[in-house]
Design a protein around this ligand. Sequence first.
Ligand SMILES: *[C@@H]1O[C@H](CO)[C@@H](O)[C@H](O)[C@H]1NC(C)=O
Ligand SMILES: *[C@@H]1O[C@H](CO)[C@@H](O)[C@H](O)[C@H]1NC(C)=O
Length: 449
Amino acid sequence: MNDMEVKLVLIHTLGLLLLCATVTANYVRPLPRKPLHISSSHSNHPHQVHISLAGINHMRVTWITNDKNSPSYVEYGISPARYDTVAEGEYTSYSYMLYSSGKIHHTVIGPLEHNTTYFYRCGGYGPEFQLKTPPAQFPVTFAVAGDLGQTGWTKSTLDHIDQCNYDVYLLPGDLSYADRMQHLWDTFGELVEPLASTRPWMVTQGNHEKENILLLEDGFVSYNSRWKMPFEESGSTSNLYYSFETAGVHIIMLGSYADYDEYSEQYRWLNADLSKVDRERTPWLLVLFHAPWYNSNRAHQGEGDDMMAAMEPLLYAAGVDIVLAGHVHAYERSKRVYNGGLDPCGAVHITIGDGGNREGLAHRYINPQPKWSEFREDSFGHGELKIVNSTHAFWSWHRNDDDEAVKVDDIWITSLVSSGCLDKKRLKLMNILTNQATETDAFIYQLVE
Ligand SMILES: *[C@@H]1O[C@H](CO)[C@@H](O)[C@H](O)[C@H]1NC(C)=O
Ligand SMILES: *[C@@H]1O[C@H](CO)[C@@H](O)[C@H](O)[C@H]1NC(C)=O
């Protein structure tokens, strides 16, 4: 073939390809985007401000200062620039090889009114921020996306979350993708501040939070120092697992990278926490962790199996409504499942590790699609969970279609409380717990009562 012929063949092939593409799919999956260039703040002002729920009617404000003498108090009130209350907090810092963090401040404010905007300032100087507390009762809306990172796609996801009217953000692990480069924790803090300073961000750890180096035992030192969650408030001894309640929902954050077998501290704590859940007060029960138990993507196959074997019976017995996980860079929603199969009294499992990190998407699926898998797609995006009342919740998933959020999956989920599953389950739960250590006696006593 001469040059001309080659060109003609190419043009023809290209034309066919384009035709196929338009016939078979109108959505072209995007490539990963480059990391954003975010400069670390050199100003003396408080920066990397984020907030999290910290016990009933309280909020923890976290920020960083370069100035080691900067105080740890927060001034706040319900009118701009008029702060009638001051709360004193604590601070920490850490070193990691040659890196030394700024002064990391954690200050709990409250009691706060529900569904109310507060204006606040950190450390007595710098810019004013404002936050809105969650409502006391339904409806309440959660935004969800894991595996965020800090790329152009992360920015797109954050923009969409910012536009949805949410009360609390839930992040099932993998925040900054710093991967031992500590300054990337700082740039991540800057990137998320516009959102994380206005609504509580509740996070749990992913594998990218684990930054062990030889001799340095605590692999979670950066994560734990910067993203302190209400573990003490929920009776846990580790920042890697905790629980909180907001507007009729009890939410448990588990640690895929903390011990979870039945002799572990985490298991013991989970058992105790579940025993305290009052389904009259919080009809909905949600659980988050990083490595999914139900996953038909080829990425990270089987990584959640051990944790599932250890903990699924307990979650099932307790009547968990929805489980949210990350890790796999794609989206998948299951039907109600238990022990690998369909079960009307099991949880809906959602994998949503599609926040937009630099590693890109997980494209390869196991075929045929398993029976339990209801919807799966390898795109970046975010989820919204609107809990409407004690019986109904509306879940939707929004793909980043270039920079537009396009809703491609949604479903009404009815609570297990309203389905009659829980009465039968309470007996089962009792059986599981009786086989546990005597620490659960108090709970069994409570049930028998
Ligand atoms: C929260 O406040 C807004 C306006 O202030 C109001 O429209 C809304 O109904 C409130 N939500 C709840 C759940 O109380
Ligand atoms: C709960 O919300 C659903 C969906 O909007 C509605 O159909 C149902 O009647 C509501 N239930 C109660 C008890 O208000």
